[in-house]
Design a protein around this ligand. Structure first.
Ligand SMILES: C[S@@+](CC[C@H](N)C(=O)[O-])C[C@H]1O[C@@H](n2cnc3c(N)ncnc32)[C@H](O)[C@@H]1O
Length: 270
């Protein structure tokens, strides 16, 4: 089970993409390996997506795996999905190109604020610190929850310059307790005395090198004994949506670089 089995939007998108790619017909004709399925459904590269979609479909019983061979399971009818975002999954898989970013990011970020509110409220009291650095903070879902939960805490939110107006707007009621830094979090001037550096829903956007650089920047930004906290989508986790990780900084970049996969490997947040 994973996020695809739990969140209806993702599940519908996965089923619709498989129908669009013709996977159920191809596999009904004969069982195929992942590579064969990719080749016969017009996916030349980006096979990690083929494996992820197949895992999602297996987890809901739509496909069955025997050894390396996939066959159809209980094939669900094709759901209606809006032809944007996740509704374009089959197209993204065929072209091996991510969707372009929206020119106006506000709708996406307002959605993140709404969708992340419960998770942010749950996390906020567990990362008590006088200063919290919110790297890739977006419109400020997590910053707002931290500032609400901890009256004495100040937050520094870092994001790309285009996103900061959204954060300033959303966090206006906390004026005086929140600072904004525009730029790439890997290189921006973010200080080095924070109690907690948070990376919430940022690392999945990046490959291993950028993830390691972001983790290193977070570790450099906390005072000795401070904590780097990572909250990330984990499509394969039993919980489905998010997993928390945390580690105490030794202020050693080496420690951090060795742990670029911290979201998967660290002990759960105490
Ligand atoms: C999926 S959003 C998450 C926003 C917020 N943390 C939340 O959970 O609601 C990822 C955010 O990280 C920002 N981001 C990604 N890479 C970044 C980088 N290298 N430096 C600064 N911001 C970055 C994006 O601009 C975006 O606002």
């Amino acid at each position: 089970m994973g996020v695809f089995a739990i969140v209806p939007l993702f599940q519908d998108a996965a089923i619709a993409a498989a129908h669009e790619l013709g996977w159920f017909e191809l596999l009904a004709a004969r069982g195929r390996t992942l590579d064969e399925l990719a080749a016969t459904s017009g996916i030349a590269s980006g096979h990690h997506r083929v494996a992820a979609l197949a895992r999602a479909l297996i987890s809901i019983g739509a496909l069955v795996r025997q050894g390396d061979v996939l066959t159809p399971g209980a094939v669900p009818p094709r759901p209606e999905v809006v032809r944007e975002g996740w509704g374009l999954l089959a197209e993204v898989m065929r072209s091996d190109r991510p969707l372009p970013l929206p020119t106006d990011p506000s709708a996406y970020h307002h959605h993140l604020v709404r969708a992340g509110a419960d998770s942010a409220r749950e996390l906020a009291p567990r990362i008590a610190a006088a200063t919290v650095l919110d790297l890739g903070g977006g419109a400020g879902a997590y910053a707002a929850a931290v500032l609400d939960a901890q009256a004495a805490t100040t937050v520094t939110l870092v994001d790309l310059p285009d996103i900061l107006p959204l954060a300033r707007d959303h966090l206006a009621r906390f004026a005086g307790r929140v600072q904004f830094v525009g730029g790439d979090a890997r290189h921006a001037p973010i200080g080095e005395r924070h109690g907690v550096a948070l990376l919430a829903n940022v690392l999945h956007l990046h490959g291993p090198t950028a993830c390691a650089e972001l983790c290193a920047a977070a570790a450099r930004a906390v005072a000795p004994g401070g904590r780097v906290v990572i909250l990330e989508i984990d499509a394969d986790s039993p919980e489905g949506v998010c997993s928390h990780s945390t580690w105490r900084s030794t202020r050693s970049e080496e420690t951090c670089i060795r742990r670029p996969r911290c979201a998967a490997g660290s002990p759960p947040l105490a």
